[in-house]
Design a protein around this ligand. Structure first.
Ligand code: SAM
Length: 378
């Protein structure tokens, strides 16, 4: 074991020469730093909004790093309930809380299955739940939604990006009830499918999980939702489920709500459309929440430069919330130009914004035929 510093927390973690995997005695992945930075900032947003002491749940806590950062880097945590099924994790967590001199009134450590831990907490309701599982969060979503107070925030991670992004379509259909699309915006489609699943699972209980932020990085997706209640509100979310028609020949794409009203063939080149979905077709970023994360991150020294850079990029991207985007490389390949111009020029040329999903990606509201026409002139 060794001690590391992340944000304002110091923690004992396994020696980093060990390969990061779910077989580690206690899981710690330094590459999830950005994810944890975002989780801290998301909690701070709720602190400013609710202006009272909050009950925070970290049901899959491992070393306890998130829970400790929540306490040390915000000033509204009444108590953090940190849980892990692994005995080694709960032991190291205990040591880590002591190492950071956290007052015992500020935390409880539990060693239970995360679903059991979340469901028995209905009595008081958590304000903030952070779900950070190995792979898919699906098994824990209902329990998390049920365990939360109205107005609370769910911070959610998924590392099964391969099925969601179309590498294993059958797994995606089985696990998420939707068909992925393996195209240039496959990660965005994956995120939209995951959002649909979260909304759907909570909707069974007339719980409305409203998506407020989405982010794709390395091997994972990170999402935030606000919990609300009521059949009408929940229906209004489901009304925004739909499909993406995609042409693998000319890259044409159309977002449609009613599959029966769609065309089978691409009107631009006549090739048969591929269909992805059902998925969430609504907005990915709430303006107020995104603005807060971006501005707050830049105020804080303990937030990593990489997190600040990503938040700036998402803040700019959120201005043009299209379904799907283009990449300069794919366009260049399709129309046969040998070298792509710099991305800044490309974005200007198509009157668009960059996307954090792909380095050479951009969003534009221009019709597809106009994108193709301009590409000939690029
Ligand atoms: N949140 C941690 C962080 O930021 O470093 C990492 C969490 S790690 C990806 C997932 C953790 O979930 C592991 O420590 C594992 O022991 C725990 N776990 C897996 N299945 C569980 C279950 N059913 N109930 C509770 N904990 C579980």
């Amino acid at each position: 074991m060794k001690t590391i510093q992340e944000g304002k927390a110091q923690i004992f973690v396994p020696e980093l020469r060990e390969i990061v995997s779910s077989d580690m005695p206690v899981f710690y992945n330094q590459k999830m730093r950005v994810n944890r930075d975002l989780a801290v900032l998301g909690l701070d947003y709720l602190c400013r909004k609710l202006r009272r002491e909050l009950k925070v749940a970290d049901p899959l806590a491992a070393s306890g790093i998130r829970a400790i950062r929540f306490i040390k880097e915000t000033n509204c945590v009444g108590k953090v309930y940190a849980n892990d099924i692994n005995e080694k994790a709960t032991k190291i967590m205990e040591e880590n809380f002591r190492l950071n001199e956290i007052s015992p009134e500020k935390y409880e450590i539990h060693r239970e299955d995360a679903n059991f831990f979340l469901r028995k907490s209905w009595g008081f309701g958590f304000d903030y739940v952070d779900l950070d599982p190995f792979g898919t969060p699906v098994p824990f979503i209902e329990s998390a939604a049920l365990s939360m107070k109205r107005g609370g925030i769910l911070s959610l991670t998924a590392t099964d990006t391969a099925p969601l992004s179309g590498t294993y379509p059958k797994t995606c259909i089985r696990r998420y009830g939707a068909k992925p699309l393996r195209n240039e915006f496959k990660h965005e489609v994956g995120i939209r499918i995951l959002i649909k699943k979260v909304i759907e699972l909570a909707a069974q209980y007339d719980i409305a999980m409203i998506p407020i932020f989405a982010y794709s990085h390395l091997h994972y997706f990170k999402l935030f939702f606000v919990k609300d209640r009521g059949a009408r509100l929940t229906n209004s979310l489901i009304d925004r489920f739909g499909y993406v028609l995609y042409c693998f020949n000319c890259m044409n794409r159309e977002a449609v709500f009613d599959i029966l009203k769609t065309k089978e063939h691409c009107p631009v080149c006549g090739t048969r459309f591929n269909v992805g979905g059902p998925m969430w077709l609504g907005e990915l970023w709430d303006e107020e929440f995104t603005d807060f994360l971006y501005r707050e991150a830049h105020e804080r020294e303990e937030i990593a430069m990489e997190t600040k850079r990503i938040l700036k990029s998402i803040w700019e991207e959120a201005r043009l919330q299209t379904v799907g985007f283009y990449t300069a490389s794919k366009l260049a390949e399709k129309i046969g130009i040998p070298q792509q111009p710099p991305i800044r020029k490309v974005v200007e040329f198509y009157e668009g914004v960059r996307t954090h999903f792909e380095g050479d990606g951009f969003r534009t509201t221009l019709p597809h035929e106009e994108v193709l026409r301009r590409s000939e002139e690029l």
